[in-house]
Design a protein around this ligand. Sequence first.
Ligand SMILES: [Zn+2]
Length: 76
Amino acid sequence: MQSDTLPFTAGTPGYRLAYHLGEDNHCPGCDRSHWLVGRMTAECAYCGTALPIGVGRTAGGGLFRSQGKPGVPLAA
Ligand SMILES: [Zn+2]
């Protein structure tokens, strides 16, 4: 018997562990809740498990690009 559903759909994120800012987060490794929070990841202070910060979007200084005014040549 053939099923019409695929076992997974490529390109969809599915379930992922993430650290959520402003919420009570428990470590999946040791279940404690003391974190060292960086810009992109949070690390458990007890066991070192690192999780990406899941805020639903990415942020950071390197992600913004300016194209300037169209048609204006660069000053040399
Ligand atoms: Zn931990």
